[in-house]
Ligand binder design. Structure first.
Ligand code: AMP
Ligand code: MG
Length: 389
């Protein structure tokens, strides 16, 4: 085993993981753009008014920045799909500021579902999305016509303040153009969506940096099922729910291979997603030679290591490390920002360590590792099996 320090085992790790307070720039924004507002009470009020008036707002959450609009009106929901160029088959998550506000959006008509909901929602506010049967008040365009709705109470204090102030269900998918890398800083929202949004509230760098875990408890006759891996571990869910929790997300392949325009078993979980424009491939950690490259090739290849100190490697234009000390929460936290930086046009090719070729400490959260691997595979449009080179 690699003996990595600081591996996280449960949700509690998230909240203690913050590189330092200055990274969380709620009152002292570092970003400068006229549409990026420091998250003061006045700007939260402005953002709330904009949302109520049907505008789009960039919303900081502890997972990634959301593209928020009121989720109770078809025309505001349509603005999200248009801005993101998101297929109408990909349903949206509704966000509210309080677990009790979820009750109006869902139908809980069995004792099993009620018990599961009570247990799982004890992780709210937090990076967990629950899928439940939808109530009549939920719009078809939100659920992509399905019988269920995804709901979440995010943990970011700015998101909570805004959601409580606006007091409406807010649809908020990640604030990126579809299939591009999710945003973890306010400037990332500006990057693709500057002309669609009214404001972005500056909530600093997202604590988790990967999308929420999606758990379906819609069917009382089936076990609770993870539809998208995130930072919440199965062990944590099982201890809360007192029953087995299964994952529909592994292996990363069959069900996920549908094209972006067709409904998938787990909607939205398409194979190519979260991708930089620069070609990206996953390579074994041990392979330290740029792939498919002849000696006279002038391609600039960037190597991104998941762990360990970054040192120059012959043949690579540059070498970056996501977490010199190999902490999965840090890898997750830096992944999207690093992919965006790598995609600035400086490099012709990106090579990233394959997570499965690394010997992780047994106390690492396996679901977080699966989430990182999943996002990397989608960024590369490649399975996480060692390539034979
Ligand atoms: P995003 O908000 O962009 O991170 O994506 C939201 C994801 O949540 C979708 O891609 C789906 O995978 C999932 N989701 C939303 N609503 C549902 C639902 N009703 N049933 C299953 N999955 C859902
Ligand atoms: Mg997304």
């Amino acid at each position: 085993m690699s003996g990595l320090a600081g591996c996280d085992v449960c949700l509690a790790g998230i909240l203690s993981f913050r590189r330092n307070e200055s990274d969380f720039n709620v009152m002292n924004p570092t970003a400068s753009h006229p549409k990026i507002l420091p998250a003061t009470p006045e700007s939260i009020r402005l953002a709330s008014q904009a949302l109520r008036a049907g505008k789009l707002v960039g919303l900081p959450t502890e997972t990634v920045y959301g593209l928020a609009a009121r989720g109770d009106q078809p025309d505001t929901v349509a603005k999200i799909f248009a801005a993101k160029q998101r297929p109408a088959t990909n349903p949206l998550i509704l966000h509210v500021g309080d677990p009790s506000a979820v009750r109006a959006l869902v139908v809980i008509d069995s004792e099993i579902t009620r018990r599961r909901f009570e247990a799982a929602s004890s992780l709210w506010p937090g990076p967990l999305t629950l899928v439940l049967p939808r109530s009549e008040s939920v719009l078809d365009c939100v659920t992509a016509g399905g019988d269920t709705v995804a709901v979440r109470v995010p943990a970011h204090p700015v998101a909570l303040q805004l959601l409580r102030e606006v007091s409406l269900p807010i649809a908020a998918p990640s604030a990126n153009v579809s299939n591009y890398v999710s945003p973890t800083r306010p400037e990332h929202v500006i990057d693709g969506l500057e002309h669609s949004i009214e404001w972005v509230l500056d909530g600093g760098i997202c604590d988790v940096g990967l999308e929420s875990t999606v758990l379906s408890i819609a069917n009382p006759n089936a076990p609770p099922t993870i539809l998208r891996e995130g930072v919440v571990s199965v062990a944590k869910l099982e201890s809360l729910l007192g029953e087995n929790v299964v994952s529909a997300t592994t292996p990363h392949s069959a069900a996920l291979n549908a094209s972006p325009d067709t409904p998938a078993a787990s909607p939205g979980m398409h194979r190519k997603h979260y991708s930089p424009r620069t070609p990206l491939r996953l390579v074994p950690e041990q392979n330290r030679h740029p792939c498919s490259r002849s000696p006279d090739d002038s391609k600039r290849v960037l190597r991104i290591q998941l762990r360990g100190p970054a040192k120059p490697i012959a043949g690579y234009a540059d070498v970056w490390s996501l977490s010199p000390s190999g902490v999965p929460l840090e890898i997750a936290n830096r992944l999207y920002e690093t992919l965006r930086r790598a995609d600035s046009g400086e490099f012709d090719q990106i090579e990233v360590d394959q997570l499965v070729t690394i010997d992780w400490s047994p106390d690492c959260n396996p679901n977080l590792l699966a989430a990182i691997s999943d996002r990397l595979c989608r960024a590369a449009n490649q399975d996480d099996v060692p390539a034979d080179h």
